[in-house]
Design a protein around this ligand. Structure first.
Ligand code: IMO
Ligand code: MG
Length: 428
């Protein structure tokens, strides 16, 4: 089948944007199905990095139809800024971008509430990106949200927005003791944004289904990662959407039976931004080396990412939840100068060894990782473009992690450049 889901197999930042962008030469459609401007997908454009938050990573590739599906929550102001930014970089954003009318909006009060809720959580803060994601999805579920299609009739949107602001201001002032938001000011900001976005609004589910029926190559670009899924992640230290392959069906209107393959993206090690358990986290020189070599800083918030070794227990869990048969390993080059590389193969929980990923964050917080050690390859991999150009020990590492995770290898990314990929099997 011609539809492929690219899903993060860890805690996000696996390189989904780069991979999606790289696969565009064979794709016709790229569809975002969940998340919002909390995503930070770094893609190389003419050799210079560019970060997409809401725009699908196919936007810079001519001839690709990009869709922001109904499962995404869209901050219209952030999207307009992003469109202006990429346009400045010479990328044309016209008919190649469709925004589904049913995608809910992240409005300024959602961002204010996200920040206020985080402050109120104190020590138990989740470490959100403050992009208003949780409050926007909560409003959608509570039937209090506003779909982006509403911007097309601004005169009708205006009173609906004013009424929402009046109610949210009660929360903001009475519950959190903060300053109320000014509806008029926000409407002034939203009006030109509505004009910019109006021409992209569309009814997209049938269009995507038809593309799949017609045999076009459709790529679903996941945001965040499996372990941040609101149901299957390390709750409550998760995001508020279904980041797993199942999210495609509910976030695009494409039924599970029309989804072809699910490809998992995993770094050759692990990172996490924000709070929550992370069994293989390291905090010594190793962490600093990974952080520096991998430029492990959040593309959305600029926060330093927590770093650690590859966790096979977590990876196997992701593979099971998503139905992943092939993985793409990214950032292999970051491990180039390690004499020894550790891989977590099991967890020790209260003296008992297991290879099952715990279902509660509390239990996950108590595990001790059981490691095997592998010799590093101590040579540069970033110029490799073919399997034969990878050092034997790097190949051994890749083979071993695939054996342990019981998954096939699709390709390996060895650098930030778009072409820095070694392909083992092709995606489409
Ligand atoms: P990409 O698509 C890594 C994390 C935040 C926080 C938690 C909840 O680039 O992989 P939220 O703002 O979503 O309510 O924050 O989720 N988080 C991410 N971590 N990569 C992302 O996106 C993330 N999006 C959210 O750090 O821990
Ligand atoms: Mg990211």
């Amino acid at each position: 089948m011609s539809s492929v889901v690219v899903v993060g197999a860890q805690w996000g930042d696996e390189g989904k944007g780069k991979i999606t962008n790289a696969l565009c030469s064979d794709a016709d459609l790229v569809v975002r199905f969940q998340g919002g401007a909390n995503a930070g997908h770094t893609v190389s454009l003419d050799g210079v990095p560019i970060v997409f938050h809401l725009l699908p990573s196919g936007i810079s590739v001519p001839g690709i139809q990009n869709v922001i599906g109904p499962g995404v929550v869209i901050d219209p102001i952030a999207l307009a800024v992003e469109i202006a930014g990429v346009t400045e970089r010479g990328v044309e954003v016209g008919e190649n971008l469709l925004i589904d009318v049913g995608a809910h909006m992240v409005l300024p009060y959602h961002k204010a509430l996200d920040a206020a809720e985080e402050r109120a959580r104190g020590q138990s803060a989740i470490g959100t990106t403050h992009r208003g994601i949780g409050p926007a999805y909560a409003d959608r579920c509570a039937r209090d949200g506003i779909p982006i299609g509403a911007l097309a009739a601004f005169d009708e949107f205006r009173p609906r927005f004013e009424e929402a602001v009046a109610r949210k201001n009660k929360h903001i002032t009475r519950l959190y003791g903060e300053q109320p938001l000014d509806a008029r000011e926000m409407l002034e900001q939203l009006y030109p944004v509505a004009q910019t976005l109006a021409r992209h609004l569309a009814d997209t589910p049938e269009m995507i289904r038809e593309a799949i029926r017609a045999g076009l190559n459709v790529l679903f670009e996941g945001a965040q990662g499996t372990l941040l899924d609101v149901t299957f992640g390390t709750y409550p230290f998760v995001t508020s959407s279904s980041t797993t392959a199942g999210g495609v069906a509910i976030g695009t209107g494409v039924p599970p039976s029309m989804i072809g393959e699910v490809i998992g993206i995993a770094k050759a090690y692990t990172t996490r931004v924000g709070a929550g358990p992370f069994p293989t986290e390291v905090t010594d020189d190793t962490a600093r080396m990974i952080q520096e070599r991998g430029a492990e800083r959040g593309a959305t918030t600029g926060r330093a990412r927590r770093c650690g070794w590859l966790d096979i227990v977590a990876l196997r869990y992701s593979i099971a939840v998503n139905g992943i048969k092939r993985i793409i390993v990214t950032k292999l080059d970051v491990l180039d100068s390690f004499e020894t590389i550790k891989v977590c193969v099991a967890y020790d929980i209260d003296g008992r060894q297991t290879d099952c990923f715990p279902r509660t964050a509390d239990e996950l917080g108590r595990v001790n990782p059981v490691y095997v050690e592998m010799p590093g390859w101590m040579s540069v991999t970033k110029e490799a473009r073919h399997e034969s150009e990878l050092p034997p020990r790097a190949l051994a590492y890749l083979n071993e992690i695939c054996r342990l995770a019981d998954v096939d290898l699709c390709s390996v990314s060895v650098g930030a450049k778009g072409e820095a990929i070694v392909e083992f099997t092709s995606v489409f």
